[in-house]
Ligand binder design. Structure first.
Ligand code: FPP
Length: 221
């Protein structure tokens, strides 16, 4: 969800205003996803490397996360959206891990969309933590399972969208995105909405996915 800061700066607003508008984009995107055939939507809200940002911005993002969990849980439950948060919880400010647990429990019955939010997440750290529990004979499937079970990873990614014009993965789902189709858009995250998501899905549907083989594997598979 890149581009919040630039979106705000371009308008003469503090960066936090961009993050606040980013929350509206989360709502729009999550509500548009099921009708576009998306069953799982994974959002990168806070990277472990984002702790390097100025304290005021970090505090603002954590407050926003807490407010989001408090204000959105009812709506998520009503729209059949199951919320899960993955990443480290031991460094989050007091009260946030409990708020996450409450939101996860309240939305656990949702079947229309699985909305997964990465907070204090580093893919390299997640891979390291999952691999640490495996022996030398471990298979790819073992690591895949460990990432899902121990770290709460989302499994293989089909389509990875980055907004804000940058073209890099920034330590996001590196293992899971091994065969992801990459879609980069200049749209700043606060402006992202249904039409952008539909355009990304249409782009995805035009790709030939061969997974290293010669024959395209149908998109539905
Ligand atoms: C990247 O844009 C965005 C972030 C680091 C934060 C994303 C957070 C939200 C959209 C809202 C908070 C999340 C929840 C779940 C309530 P940037 O700040 O790096 O933008 P820039 O590259 O333009 O500076």
């Amino acid at each position: 969800m890149d581009g919040n800061g630039r979106w705000a700066t371009q308008r003469g607003l503090p960066r936090g205003a961009g993050h606040r508008m980013g929350v509206e984009a989360i709502r729009r995107t999550a509500e548009a996803a099921p009708d576009l055939g998306i069953g799982t939507l994974t959002l990168f809200a806070f990277a472990s490397d984002n702790w390097k940002r100025p304290e005021t911005e970090v505090v603002g993002l954590m407050r926003l996360l807490k407010a989001y969990l408090r204000s959105e849980t009812g709506r998520l439950a009503r729209t059949g959206t199951r919320l899960t948060v993955f990443g480290r919880r031991d460094r989050l400010p007091a009260g946030i891990p409990e708020a996450i647990e409450r939101a996860e429990a309240a939305t656990a019955a949702g079947t229309k969309l699985s909305l997964r939010i990465a907070v204090d997440y580093s893919s390299r750290d997640a891979i390291l933590a999952a691999a640490a529990g495996l022996g030398p004979e471990a298979s790819r499937e073992d690591l895949d399972r460990a990432l899902r079970d121990d770290v709460g990873g989302p499994g293989d990614v089909d389509l990875l969208i980055r907004t804000g014009g940058e073209k890099r993965l920034s330590d996001f789902l590196l293992w899971e995105a091994a065969y992801a189709e990459l879609h980069f858009t200049d749209r700043m995250w606060p402006d992202f909405g249904e039409a952008d998501l539909a355009a990304a899905v249409a782009d995805f549907a035009r790709r030939d996915r061969r997974f290293g083989g010669l024959k395209p594997v149908p998109v539905a598979a």
